[in-house]
Design a protein. Structure first.
Lengths: 287, 187
């Protein structure tokens, strides 16, 4: 019994040391504690997730091409009689495309020349032209770069399809300066923080957006440092940030919102105040 | 005359019709069957009589020269492999570092909230039941017509919304939907 108790104690002690181990990032000299309760703000980091898959880098493309050549050298014979009806146009098109791909992979002089008579070649070309005519459709794929990227239209939600973009708004601060930040506001009586965040988003940006606040928990907080020289103890203002996603719609800014922008993390850094940026940067996605 | 008689005997299917009945329709070829089924069977069940190197086919005849053309050298191949693994490791470490930073932010925020207001902290930690409907929601659903009620009910608290799309190779033809009409939902 005593051995069991000792083991439990050792276990709880180990757990206690793990919990109380301070991480280097959080250890900082404690600022002078204000006397009154801090003022809370709720803010929303509204994210438009990437619409496009990331583009492969040059190294990735080269590696995939290398691996594809190795597969082409080693693969089992393709069961073309299973996939294509013998003598069909589709099979003729596939064979000619495959011959082209082999030339591309190994060089034009590598394979021994197919003894295709000029009539057979002409017949094959005619078959391919006929197939192209039959299959012609107006469905063209859209380009990955949107016109709003070139135009630097920061209101557009089609810009930067591969990246995560966030909503920041410009409002007039107390000292009259225009300042960029995430939409924020104070929760009212008996309101929870995530509900306040949603309400403030509607108040700043209108209801014409299909948004989803992900969770009840905040993803981060910003505490501006209080200048210690003031005689009267000012209450702290702590902003809690909530992650939101936008799926459709657009911002319809209110009068007090001077401007809004859908920007990437790097573009936020150039617009927002330095102290605010330092507090907010770790919550945002790099890509 | 004997040869034509022989040809006539061979053309008739065996054991089907008696000799005194004339045959006008061409007899169906018993070997044809449904070619698609035969092909599928051949693809799914390769023969198990071991008369070839491999039942499903083997390398191309010039595989030795071709693989030498594909791979520059053994050392080059190993170097490329290691470079790829290193690249994947760097990408993974970057992703993990970003996640760790985000988690650290969240942890700090929750610790601060706990210090400030324990009631808000407890509320933030509450796990949402996806099956639950609040009283306000039930009241609003009673007033709405059937289709609107279904749209209203579709957004479930605590679960990912259906409208979140995964990234694609190319954007949609119509682009972003700017003309979205809101559905009134309680906070």
């Amino acid at each position: 019994m005593s051995r069991l108790a000792r083991r439990c104690e050792r276990l709880s002690r180990n757990l206690a040391t793990v919990a109380s181990d301070p991480l280097p990032s959080t250890s900082s000299p404690r600022p002078p504690r204000p006397s009154s309760k801090p003022i809370l703000y709720s803010s929303v980091i509204l994210n438009r997730a990437p619409i496009l898959t990331p583009s492969p880098t040059t190294f990735e493309r080269a590696f995939y091409a290398y691996q594809q050549r190795i597969r082409r050298a080693l693969h089992n014979p393709f069961p073309s009689e299973f996939y294509f009806k013998q003598g069909s146009l589709l099979e003729a098109r596939f064979n000619s495309e495959e011959r082209f791909r082999e030339k591309v992979a190994w060089g034009p002089t590598y394979a021994k020349e197919e003894d295709l008579s000029p009539e057979a070649k002409a017949a094959e070309q005619a078959a391919m032209d006929q197939m192209a005519l039959q299959e012609k459709s107006d469905d063209k794929l859209m380009p990955r770069v949107h016109p709003s990227d070139e135009a630097r239209d920061y209101h557009s939600l089609d810009r930067k399809g591969r990246r995560n973009i966030y909503l920041i708004i410009q409002r007039a601060a107390e000292d009259g300066q225009l300042v960029w930040e995430f939409p924020q506001g104070q929760p009212v009586e008996d309101e929870l923080l995530h509900q306040a965040a949603q309400r403030e988003l509607y108040a700043h940006c209108g209801k014409n957006m299909d948004t989803w606040i992900v969770a009840r928990k905040p993803i981060g907080m910003y505490k501006p440092s209080i200048p210690t020289t003031t005689s009267t103890p000012t209450p702290e203002a702590i902003t809690f940030f909530f992650k939101g996603h936008i799926m459709a719609g657009q911002v319809n800014p209110e009068k007090f919102v001077k401007d809004f922008a859908w920007v990437t993390k790097q573009e936020i850094e150039t617009r927002v105040r330095r102290a605010y940026w330092e507090g907010v940067k770790d919550m945002l996605s790099d890509h | 005359m004997a040869s034509s008689l022989l040809a006539w005997c061979r053309s008739r299917p065996l054991s089907l019709t008696p000799a005194h009945v004339r045959q006008y329709a061409k007899p169906a070829d018993a070997n044809a069957g449904d070619t698609r089924l035969i092909l599928i069977r051949r693809a799914l069940y390769p023969g198990n009589i071991r008369n070839r190197a491999s039942p499903t086919g083997t390398w191309r005849p010039d595989v030795r020269q071709t693989i030498q053309r594909a791979i520059p050298s053994v050392q080059a191949h190993h170097t490329i492999e290691r470079a790829w693994l290193l690249h994947r490791r760097l990408v993974r470490k970057r992703r993990e570092a970003e996640l760790a930073r985000k988690f650290e932010c969240m942890k700090r925020a929750m610790d601060e909230l706990k210090k400030i207001d324990s009631k808000l902290y407890m509320e933030a930690n509450k796990v949402e039941d996806p099956r639950a409907r609040s009283k306000v929601e039930m009241e609003t659903m009673k007033q709405l017509p059937a289709l609107e009620a279904r749209a209203f009910d579709a957004r479930i608290r605590g679960l990912f919304p259906r409208e979140m799309r995964i990234p694609a190779e190319t954007p949609s033809k119509n682009g972003w939907n700017y003309e979205w009409k809101p559905i009134e939902r309680p906070l």
